[in-house]
Design a protein around this ligand. Structure first.
Ligand SMILES: [Fe+2]
Ligand SMILES: [Fe+2]
Length: 270
């Protein structure tokens, strides 16, 4: 009698190349929650591994998929909470975004509200780093602006896009200095690239400059653990400033629906 396929490859029987690379983390074993008792391999996306040792293991992961009991992850990853059929912005905050970026966004929006700022600014603060929270950090202002552009006022999307460049450039006239956190992140000698400098200079001349600048001013880094902010504290602001599609984010056929689907199923092989 042959063993059931699900037990054919145990963790300690993983190919040494995968085990040595710690790649068993990319493979879901045939746990009880694997409905068809097949292992699911997660191929890390190129943006996560290019330039890292993990990029060398693509071949080994591809070879694993040749086993009859092994497939690539497609659809719901049981390690993630299942999203509703028609996900709302709130569902992404609660079911996909990690606790640190989620709290950063909520605290930033809270500070903006306490400062008595316009709802557009509060909304932009609430959304400004959603690309870091759920998609990809590099160029996050641009990814984030695209994600929300069909659903918010043009000024909000613009402010989100430009906050990335404006963060690097102080404007003492409105009390904004270079972030101390960036000295930790990038070192004291970091110079933003020319395109970022150009973007910031152009943004500064734009009529919506102050909207984006206010996002940077309220872009707080100290996460006070005693200040708990809930997404629902902003349901009024979101209700007035975010046009939630009836079909759900990811399924409304908009030009950015695929970006929301990528956050729903971030581990899909294709
Ligand atoms: Fe940001
Ligand atoms: Fe931020």
């Amino acid at each position: 009698m042959s063993q059931p396929p699900s037990t054919r490859v145990l963790p300690h029987e993983l190919p040494a190349s995968l085990r040595d690379a710690g790649l068993d983390h990319w493979i879901r074993e045939p746990l009880a929650d694997a409905f068809d008792r097949r292992r699911r391999i997660i191929m890390p996306p190129a943006v996560a591994v290019l330039g890292t040792p993990s990029s060398g293991y693509q071949g080994a992961l591809l070879a694993e998929a040749k086993h009859a009991d092994t497939v690539f992850m497609m659809g719901d990853n049981p390690a993630l909470p299942t999203m509703p059929e028609r996900p709302s912005l709130r569902d992404f905050y609660l079911l996909r975004f990690g606790p640190i970026p989620r709290m950063h966004l909520l605290q930033s929006a809270r500070v903006a509200r306490e400062n008595g700022l316009d709802e557009k600014v509060i909304m932009a603060c609430l959304l400004h780093d959603i690309a870091i929270a759920g998609l990809v950090p590099a160029n996050h202002g641009y990814w984030g602006a695209q994600l929300v552009a069909p659903y918010v006022d043009e000024e909000v999307a613009w402010a989100i896009e430009k906050h990335e460049a404006l963060r690097y450039f102080p404007d003492e006239s409105v009390g904004y200095s270079y972030p101390a956190a960036y000295i930790d992140y990038f070192g004291p000698d970091y110079e933003p690239p020319a395109y970022i400098r150009r973007e910031a200079e152009a943004a500064r001349r734009h009529r919506w400059y102050m909207t984006s600048r206010l996002v940077t001013i309220n872009d707080i880094y100290s996460l006070d653990p005693n200040v708990l902010v809930a997404f629902d504290d902003f349901s009024d602001v979101v209700g007035r400033n975010f046009r939630q599609p009836a079909e759900g984010l990811g399924f409304d056929g908009s030009p950015v629906a695929h970006m929301w689907r990528t956050m729903i199923w971030p581990n899909n092989f294709l």
